[in-house]
Structure formats: C-alpha cells, structure tokens
Ligand binder design. Structure first.
Ligand code: 13P
Length: 253
C-alpha cells in the first residue's frame, strides 16, 4: 500500500507555548501508525527544534519545515537551508504552497531547485500544486496542475520522484471552508497519477503519495481519504485544534 499521511500545516500561527500545548495534547493520544500510516507536523521555523524534540520518541510522526531555500548556505538573510534542517533532524519540507507562490512569487523553476536541494539532503519534499478559482471556473485545472508538475518535478529520475509527496490543494478551497467534493478531489488525484504514469510508468505512479488539502476537517476527512487516489491530507485550520486533528489522523486509510 502507498504511504498514507495526515499532515498538519500550522502556517504562521501559534506562540511557542501554544504550539507545545497542541503537540502535548495530540501526542498524549495513541494512534494506529506504521510505515504506511504517518503523521507530519509542518511548524513555523522558530519551533522546529521544539517540535522535533517533542516527537523524538515517536515512531512514524515527523516534523516538516514549511519552506527552505534553494542554496545550502551563505548570505541569504532570513532564509532556512536544508543543511540547517539536517542538523535538526528534520525529515520533511513543504514546498510550493500556494501562499508561497502567491505572496513570495515562487515560480515552478525556483521550486524545481528547492525540490532538488531537499532530495540531495535526504529531506522529503511535500510538493504542493493546485489551481486558483478562475482556472477552475474556466475548466482548465488539469492543464494548470500538469504544468506545475512538469516544470518542478519531471526533471527527476523515477527513484527521485518516488521520494516526493505531492499535495493537491485547490486554492479556492484553502481557508475558505469550501472543500472540494470528494469526487472533485478524486478526479484530480486520478488525473495527477495518470500524468505521473504517462511520464514514469504505472508502477512508479502507484507508489506516489498524493495528499488533498483545502478545508479538510474532522467531519469530511474520512470521506475524502476513502477515495482511492487520495492518500491523506495537508490540513491548515483544523490542524490547530487538537480534537479535530486527532479525528483527521484516525481517518487515514
Ligand atoms: P485549510 O485547511 O485551512 O483550508 O488550509 C489548507 C492548506 O493550505 C494546508 O496547507
């Protein structure tokens, strides 16, 4: 079976004390996790060390950075490098979130470089893609997402691609309370997998974890995750509420 993942994206929220309390609440509960059923917390950069220490004894629960730079080190004030993430024991990084694309003008080409440097440093990229509302309304979401994948991922070898987690997050469903229906999510996930299969072959495509993101909550997680090509979620708002995220973790296939 493909790896199923419940990933929390805290975005730019919580104080360190609140973050610690949230992790305490979530980690005091036991989950049915294994190599193919995992949890990831993408926390703000200043909390990476705290969060990593909190999960150090927990198997199958990982910490992700919400971003990294495309260079290893140097005069890049304010940026976080993969070498720093390695030194903290951080295993995952969210790349290409629509908020980074929109507010920080991150291009597909720039993201390809970030994917490369993460993989070179054994960090799993959680690569985000997804279309804005006007593209969905025009009905060209497939082409839009295909281009994001092509320009940021298709230079990778099959072995490299297998180390990437993809997160499909339709921008119109992020933070809006407007979730894609499970049919809409399944349709795009199947399309993404079909594209990967056309480029890398079906065996490779079947191994890639594709998460859905956009207003996932306790009340809709199970239905979304039960779709055959939806391998879990990348969750914003609901991941900040312990009782919500617990249910989301337990909703994994
Ligand atoms: P919401 O779950 O708040 O809609 O955010 C989704 C998201 O952007 C996760 O990365």
């Amino acid at each position: 079976m493909r790896k199923q993942i419940a990933a929390a994206n805290w975005k730019m929220n919580l104080t360190i004390t609140e973050g610690q309390q949230l992790l305490d609440q979530l980690l005091s509960h036991s989950y049915d996790l294994n190599e193919n059923r995992q949890v990831v917390f993408a926390v703000p950069a200043p909390y990476l060390a705290m969060a990593q220490a909190a999960v150090s004894e927990k198997k199958h629960i990982h910490i992700a950075a919400q971003n990294c730079y495309n260079k290893k080190s140097g005069a890049y004030t304010g940026e976080t490098s993969v070498v720093m993430l390695n030194s903290l024991g951080i295993t995952h990084v969210v790349l290409g979130h629509s908020e980074r694309r929109e507010y920080f003008q991150e291009s597909n080409q720039f993201l390809a470089e970030k994917v490369n440097i993460a993989l070179e440093h054994q960090i799993t990229p959680i690569f985000c893609c997804g279309e804005p509302l006007q593209i969905r309304e025009a009905g060209t979401q497939n082409e839009f997402v295909a281009k994001q994948l092509e320009e940021s991922l298709y230079h990778l070898s099959a072995d490299e691609l297998k180390k990437v987690v993809i997160a499909y997050e339709p921008i119109w469903a992020i933070g809006t309370g407007k979730t894609a229906t499970s049919e809409q999510a399944q349709e795009m996930h199947a399309y993404i997998r079909q594209q990967l299969a056309a480029k890398y072959g079906d065996a490779v495509a079947q191994e890639i974890t594709i998460l859905y993101g956009g207003s996932v909550k306790a009340s809709n997680a199970q239905e979304l995750f039960s779709q055959p090509d939806v391998d879990g979620g990348l969750v914003g708002g609901a991941s900040l509420i312990a009782d919500e995220f617990k249910v989301i973790i337990d909703s994994l296939k």
